[in-house]
Design a protein around this ligand. Sequence first.
Ligand SMILES: [Zn+2]
Length: 409
Amino acid sequence: MVTILIAINQSGEVVFLNGKKTHQELLSFKKNNRFHCPQCKQKVFLKVGTIKIAHFAHAAKETCSSFSEPESLVHIQAKLQLYHWLSEKHLTVEMEKNYRLFNQRADIGLSVNGKEFAIEFQRSALTSTHFLNRTLGYYNHGIIPLWLLSHDRLSAPKPHKISLTSFHQQFIRYSKTLKQFYLLSYDVQSMSFIIYQLYFPLTKTTFTYSVSIIPLKNIHFPQFPLVKLHLTEQKLNPFLKYRVKWGDSRLLYGKGHVDPLLQRMYSSGLSVQLLPPWVGLPVRGAIEINETLMEWQSFLYVFIHNRSVSNCPFLLTDISSYINDFITSRKIACSPFELSRKIDKPAIIQYVELLVKMKILNREDDYFSLNENNPFTKIEHIQHKERIYDRFHQEVTQVIIDHYNCSGL
Ligand SMILES: [Zn+2]
């Protein structure tokens, strides 16, 4: 049942339930008017209750396709809160803005300094195709969409990690100025934006994070204050330690000869249990890759190892074209420019730069090759593994942190 806050009455007048009418006013309003939906023209009913916010409801089971989701009380509250916040800032704001040209309707449409924005507050799951089509609908008409995830849709994060399903991940945005990823959510209860800043993925659906809670009134649209990501040992260490055992479970749960990673490792004479300690290091761009750090860097290890065996230095573009066969990009909120970008994932460049800093890779002009003389380059025996990892962590943790905190800035 699609509920709305704007309808047309029998005289063709636009009626906006702005949350400020009294109960009596609403009741007499209801008695003396008939309403229809401005989008689908179907009859809608004014619902006045003591608990719920007054709204218009389509008749049950009838569909109104212009919105991205069936509305709920939380959705209506969010729309009103955001609407009043934006209009108090003297911006040109329109509730339930109708874009007839491409048959979409945003919760709120507004323009700021000649730029048009469409705000979509989202609670219900939306397929990635639907999400993408709506996003492109806006971009194709010069409008910037701002997707806000309803905070009640996130499960409570743990101190060191947050779980984000592929639905949640669609709300991840990228700040070009700070070169970092964040997820924008809005909480109706506290009337605040809750911003999760993401460091790196732990698994496909969990991330290290830091959070900021910013009351609506402290934000000047469209500037969302982001805190510069700052990786610390405290955040990094548990993850570095976890890597030591990763190979064992990867082997256990792998799919044998049809497993692309295990199969490639096997045919190159490598073992997933003997991964060197420089495989699986966090870099800023890694959020963009829809794979764990261990997984995509293991593929790179196979590539680098094979090039070393055949004594054949490589270019960054060689790595990109190799790795693109095995990894996909995460589906996050991005602009058409980012959608059309195929290779040159910043994560790969940042990782290769880090390996050069650690002297795992040698660099000569644009060519890279494995430094066979570095004691961390490979692990020969399983019984040496923990000792080598420990020494590696002692020696390079600060290099990893510095590289992470400075990358791309
Ligand atoms: Zn309708």
